[in-house]
Design a binder for this molecule. Structure first.
Ligand SMILES: CC(C)(COP(=O)(O)OP(=O)(O)OC[C@H]1O[C@@H](n2cnc3c(N)ncnc32)[C@H](O)[C@@H]1OP(=O)(O)O)[C@@H](O)C(=O)NCCC(=O)NCCS
Length: 147
């Protein structure tokens, strides 16, 4: 998927959050530790540094949500991260982002911290960032199976 195509999906999917521009996506992916996984209707950008894998962006086109796209992307990321020696997946999500919080909750992510007023939402208001973590070392529970 091109940065332009993923930027368009993010723009449609991110109701509250500011979406990334194609240039921001391209700049992020230029780093050697960054990676992108893609499906026709969704994508994920992460960085893999030593034992930690951080999800930087995850979006499914609104017309394809609740069909397992993000679950499939997360499953692929977990397998990849494990194979590279990562032991946990980290991410930040806005407190107001109920759908993403529900998604990560079903996958077993745990709240490990809060960053107050971390985000500026599309409407200009501030929101807290919730720091979530999922242990993925071999022998740990993985994500809920995708149907
Ligand atoms: C969060 C997001 C990526 C989920 O993508 P998705 O492809 O729809 O997710 P899946 O179909 O794999 O959902 C798996 C499960 O997560 C939960 N879930 C997903 N979206 C949900 C929602 N809006 N409300 C409640 N639960 C939800 C459900 O348990 C779902 O299983 P089910 O549909 O069988 O009930 C998508 O809503 C999105 O793109 N949101 C906007 C971008 C965003 O906020 N990204 C996260 C930034 S950290």
């Amino acid at each position: 998927m091109t940065p332009e195509a993923f930027a368009e999906i993010m723009d449609r999917a991110y109701a509250q959050m500011r979406p990334w521009s194609a240039q921001e996506i391209a700049n992020t992916l230029a780093a050697p530790y960054a990676l992108m996984l893609a499906r026709p209707k969704g994508g994920l950008i992460a960085q893999l540094i030593k034992d930690e894998c951080e999800i930087l962006a995850l979006a499914t086109d609104p017309d394809a949500q609740r069909q397992g796209v993000a679950s499939s992307l997360l499953n692929e990321l977990i397998e990849l991260a494990r194979s590279k020696g990562a032991t946990r997946i980290l991410l930040e999500v806005a407190h107001a982002n109920r759908s993403a919080r529900a998604f990560y909750a079903t996958k077993g992510f745990a709240l490990i911290g809060t960053r107050l007023s971390y985000y500026t939402l599309r409407d200009g208001t501030k929101d807290d960032a919730l720091l979530l973590s999922l242990a993925i070392a071999q022998g740990q529970d993985g994500p809920a199976p995708t149907s």
